[in-house]
Write a protein that binds this ligand. Structure first.
Ligand SMILES: Nc1ncnc2c1ncn2[C@@H]1O[C@H](COP(=O)(O)OP(=O)(O)O)[C@@H](O)[C@H]1O
Ligand SMILES: O=P(O)(O)O[C@H]1O[C@H](CO)[C@@H](O[C@H]2O[C@H](CO)[C@@H](O)[C@H](O)[C@H]2O)[C@H](O)[C@H]1O
Length: 459
């Protein structure tokens, strides 16, 4: 059984340890969903993975064990073994299984704030769940697993879990209660509460499903393709101009930042904190240079950018998104929504809840405005003459949308981009480019030229 579970984890999209040496060091059942039909058990298990260097990670595995094989779930089979209680069982990834997901939804609905053993189901009043809705598991490269229930609700099951507050739930909770129009409303969440060890692990989040929304990244790519198809026109002249949307995104982000500032602590950090921030950025550059040697051509300029932080007196910090890019935005008929407030998955939970500068989020979005035209240009396959023209237009598209976004963000916030803010923004932009260079080298080497191009010509 352990080998089958290990093989399945190793292949899973959400497993963060691909390419590293690891073993499954423990697995425990922490709860079962109530009222299953005869011949089915839906259990939530936690699997501990230990890496060769001693690091450990905990993964959530919701498993549906049937006493009969289920042909319809053949694609989601984890394994087949003898179980102490049920005898021979066929075990499937429960998220693919409509029967199992219906039980999960009913458990959320059963009673406000019900407790089932260690599992605590929390509900926010005000929305009646559609219990007849069929579940559909989202496909795609995601860190977690999301399941839609008809067009009513979306449940995100966190895969890599750690004790403590999950920022995605905490932030959605606060913004929902604040009546923010820029997030999908939170309907509920599931905690695993271990009173013996006094720890809580947040396992899942149930929220409004934005069924008709379009992904911001896809919309941006469509706009760029429109521009590239019109050889003689400029970004402001083609039908698919994105600047209006970029401006609306700026307003949405400023409003979200204002709501977050109203409900989480806002702190003033001194010059020593800025020194530490600059050192952290330099440290990330040092590590990145080992992975992407081409960064060495830009090292001096990057170090100067980080160093400029040390000349500032202080910085205001607050709760931010932490990992913002166009792929975390959804355009609905009613405006832009921002999703996935989990922060950078690679960072520990406690760090992700630490306040940061709003300019980190602004930098994240600006990087996306640079990526979109360059991604289209990379796949355009143009000859040399055309490539020059396309590169020019890519720069034009990025600059136009960056400006529209920044202007509307600053206007909504009521503060312009003063000198201190420019220094911060430049540092966060540089830090993100360094992060992206490593990300692309590891995950999409064909796209490494995108962050490198953002650093300009080598010094
Ligand atoms: N409330 C929602 N309604 C519809 N789609 C959503 C909603 N929230 C997120 N999504 C989409 O689901 C996918 C995964 O969401 P995300 O929060 O980024 O998950 P992950 O943590 O797994 O990266 C993304 O494509 C996102 O656009
Ligand atoms: O969505 P995640 O939190 O998993 O973020 C990671 O993957 C992103 C890619 O999907 C990556 O974003 C980079 O590529 C995007 C285009 O695919 C681009 O819009 C972003 O600006 C760029 O940073 C992100 O960096 C990484 O953390």
């Amino acid at each position: 059984m352990n080998e089958e579970i290990s093989a399945w984890i190793g292949e899973a999209r959400w497993f963060a340890g691909k390419g590293r040496e690891w073993t499954l060091t423990s697995q425990r059942r922490v709860g079962e969903l109530p009222d299953p039909p005869e011949g089915l058990r839906v259990a939530i298990e936690l699997a501990e993975v230990t890496y060769a260097d001693g690091d450990t990670e905990l993964y959530q595995l919701p498993l549906a064990s049937y006493t009969e094989p289920q042909e319809r779930l053949a694609h989601a089979l984890v394994g087949e073994w003898d179980d102490d209680d049920l005898g021979r069982v066929w075990v499937y990834d429960a998220l693919h299984d409509r029967e199992a997901m219906a039980l999960w939804l009913r458990a959320f609905d059963a009673a406000a704030n019900a407790t089932r053993g260690l599992l605590h189901f929390h509900r926010i009043p005000g929305h009646e769940l559609d219990l007849e809705a069929h579940s559909t598991l989202f496909s795609g490269e995601q860190s977690n697993s999301s399941v839609a229930f008809g067009d009513d609700a979306l449940m995100k099951v966190f895969r890599k879990v750690t004790p403590g507050v999950n920022p995605d739930i905490a932030i959605h909770h606060v913004l929902t209660e604040a009546g923010s129009t820029h997030v999908a409303a939170l309907y509920g969440w599931l905690d695993l509460v271990d009173e013996d060890t006094d720890t809580t692990i947040q396992l899942a989040m149930l929220q409004q499903f934005l069924r008709t929304a379009s992904d911001g990244w896809d919309l941006a790519l469509a706009s760029v393709r429109n521009l590239f198809a019109e050889a003689d026109l400029h970004a402001d002249e083609v039908g698919g101009d994105f600047a209006g949307e970029a401006a609306r995104l700026g307003v949405a982000l400023a409003e979200v930042h204002a709501d977050l500032a109203g409900h989480f602590p806002v702190e003033q950090r001194d010059a020593a904190a800025l020194d530490a921030l600059a050192s952290a950025m330099e440290g990330r550059l040092d590590a990145a240079l080992q992975v992407v040697p081409a960064l060495a051509d830009h090292e001096a300029g990057l170090r100067q950018t980080f160093d400029r932080l040390r000349a500032l007196d202080g910085v205001e910090v607050q709760q931010v998104h932490g990992d913002l890019h166009l792929g975390q935005t959804l355009r609905t008929a009613k405006g832009w929504k921002i999703v996935d407030f989990e922060g950078e998955p690679a960072k520990p939970l406690a760090v992700r809840l630490e306040p940061d500068s709003v300019w980190r989020d602004v930098a994240g979005m600006i990087r996306s405005f640079d990526y979109a035209p360059r991604v289209v240009a990379l796949t355009a396959g143009a000859d040399t003459a055309e490539a020059e023209q396309i590169a020019y237009r890519a720069t034009e598209w990025a600059a136009r949308n960056r400006q529209a976004f920044l202007e509307s963000y600053s206007a909504q916030r009521g503060t312009g981009l003063d000198e201190a803010a420019s220094v911060l923004l430049d540092a966060y932009l540089a830090d993100k480019v360094v992060y992206e260079a490593v990300y692309e080298a590891r995950n999409r080497p064909g796209w490494l030229s995108i962050p490198l191009a953002a650093l300009g010509d080598p010094a």
